[in-house]
Design a protein around this ligand. Structure first.
Ligand code: GLN
Length: 279
């Protein structure tokens, strides 16, 4: 069997399992099994696939057919142009969260500053910010010890350890000082929406990183109530939100920060995506 034939068979299996982009997914998994980049794979499409690699590839395809996210199978995911380690201990970084990084970079102070990333997970937002803000001290907070260990590996992977303090605890509790910028992608899925999520999310990603109670806004509302005392003058808070939670969160934000400018930024699809508070 050639690589091209193996790809073709795998693609049909993925398609039958209802996986979108079956061709691309099959290719990513074959490249992972053979440890090849794209160009190398294409150069070898008509070569034979040996028995060991065929079995390895088969196992990867079986996992994907069982709806395990590709990022967990291959163990990494690109976010904001950087390649991060990912494991089921934290959410897979989503492309829409890149907007949060864009906005944070737009409002972050130029020189030395302190930033807190609340619910850092694998550290995607924090690491992306740190690579572009060399003078920032970043507090990456999570209540999951396993997520923090993963974040620590990602921080180390980019040589950023000296810029980081990894802190375990609830929301801002472990933060030792006020900061200039708080960024967060806390859980915002409503409990009643949980069962309707795709199996990739529902059966494989950590529920604690997604489900935030009946309104979906519980975690962020709790954060907004404690945040004022952790922000320096001219401080900013940016949070990723669900498309239908903006109105309620603006109200809570105005109550907690009566003198601040509170706005909602839309994503590329025109949906409410980011709550921004500028004190
Ligand atoms: N965007 C994620 C999803 O659709 C939710 C992320 C979150 O809860 N913070 O699954």
């Amino acid at each position: 069997m050639t690589l091209a034939e193996a790809l073709h068979t795998a693609q049909s299996r993925l398609r039958e399992a209802g996986i979108d982009d079956a061709g691309l997914e099959a290719e990513v998994l074959l490249r992972h099994a053979l440890d090849l980049d794209r160009a190398q794979l294409y150069a070898r499409l008509h070569e034979g696939l040996d028995e060991t690699h065929r079995a390895d590839f088969q196992r990867l395809i079986n996992r994907r057919v069982a709806h395990e996210p590709t990022a967990y199978i291959v163990g990494h995911k690109e976010f904001y142009g950087i390649d991060l380690e990912v494991t089921p201990d934290a959410l897979v970084p989503r492309p829409e969260t890149e907007l949060l990084v864009d906005e944070a970079l737009r409002v972050a102070p130029d020189g030395p500053c302190a930033i807190a990333d609340v619910g850092t997970g694998c550290g995607a937002i924090a690491v992306a910010l740190a690579t572009r803000l060399p003078q920032a001290v970043i507090y990456a907070i999570d209540d999951s010890e396993r997520a923090l260990a993963l974040a620590a590996r990602n921080v180390e992977r980019f040589g950023l350890t000296s810029h980081f303090r990894l802190l375990r605890g609830d929301l801002l509790d472990p933060l030792p000082e006020a900061v200039d910028l708080i960024v967060t992608n806390l859980p915002y899925v409503k409990t009643r929406d949980w069962e309707a999520l795709p199996p990739e999310i529902r059966e494989h990603e950590p529920r604690a990183a997604l489900d935030s109670g009946p309104n979906g806004t519980e975690a962020l509302e709790r954060l907004l109530r404690v945040a004022p005392s952790y922000l320096r003058p001219k401080g900013r808070l940016l949070a990723e939100i669900a498309w239908d939670e903006g109105e309620l969160l603006v109200e809570v934000a105005r109550e907690c920060f009566p003198r601040a400018r509170v706005t909602i930024e839309k994503d590329l699809a025109g949906l409410d995506r980011i709550l921004m508070i500028q004190t």
